[in-house]
Design a protein around this ligand. Structure first.
Ligand code: ZN
Ligand code: MN
Length: 262
């Protein structure tokens, strides 16, 4: 049988056999098409979610489904906002619908463990809604449906110890870490040829008031799109973070699903 972790590279017969024989966890990465400063590509969130999903799938004999590559609208305080060229986002209802349909379809084919790996801050509540509606659909179609869904933001698997090593001068927080040291270091680990270290800007950290305004105040956001500096990023830090995330995600997957009663 095809041993790959990539679901879109195996046949339907291989997929069916693996579902029946192994009940593999299926990873669904979710990203965004969003500016990440001058030095990182627009697809950074999906590329990183997919990469950590793949590293985790290797550890738990899982499968990785193709990434949902468009995310919910970028917000100034965590992604720079919608005013950047190339930040190509979907309405909440669209993302909810995509996740709802995916959950229902994985359930319909007999998957029992689905892991939704979020790489874009703004997606979170719409993933939750999509999972809830998808499971409701699946239960309505088949009350014996066995699917359980785990949802996670991969950065929550970074420990304070490791963040302390990566940020000797203090961690600015995940929201401001947009296109900064975490994402840049992890991209240097996984996709070094996509990173332009020579273009890292000196902006940041951004200083936002404790409220939001609509329409968004674009002048609150550094013109480069980077919310805190990416200086100090390197592939070693990226490897440290990536390995910790994959190892701890694998433990979560091994422990998180309730086994069906025999
Ligand atoms: Zn990002
Ligand atoms: Mn993002």
């Amino acid at each position: 049988m095809n041993p790959t972790i990539w679901m879109n590279q195996i046949s339907w017969l291989d997929y069916k056999q693996r579902l029946i024989e192994e009940q593999p966890p299926i990873f669904l990465p979710v990203g965004a098409l969003e500016q990440h400063g001058p030095h990182l590509p627009l697809g950074t969130d999906g590329l990183l979610a997919s990469a950590v999903a793949a590293d985790t799938a290797e550890r738990v004999k899982g499968l990785v489904a193709p990434t949902l590559s468009y995310g919910y609208k970028s917000q100034p305080k965590c992604g720079g906002g919608q005013h950047f060229c190339g930040t190509t986002s979907v309405d909440a209802a669209t993302l909810v619908g995509q996740v709802r349909d995916a959950v229902r379809e994985f359930a319909r084919h007999g998957a029992s463990k689905l892991v939704i790996v979020n790489g874009h801050y703004e997606n979170q509540w719409f993933l939750i809604e999509g999972i809830d509606l998808g499971l409701r659909d699946a239960k309505a179609a088949d009350p014996a449906c066995a699917l359980q869904v785990m949802r996670l933001e991969y950065w929550d698997f970074m420990t304070p110890d490791t963040l302390g090593d990566v940020f000797p001068d203090g961690f600015p927080g995940f929201a401001l870490e947009h296109a900064a040291v975490l994402e840049t270091s992890m991209m240097l680990h996984y996709h070094p040829h996509l990173v332009r270290l020579d273009l890292i800007p000196d902006d940041g950290p951004a200083d936002f008031p404790p409220y939001d305004m609509y329409p968004a105040r674009t002048d609150w956001v550094p013109p480069s799109g980077v919310l805190s500096s990416a200086r100090g990023s390197d592939a070693t830090k990226g490897m440290l973070l990536a390995n910790e995330v994959a190892q701890r995600m694998a433990e979560a997957v091994a422990n998180g699903f309730i086994l069906p009663k025999a």
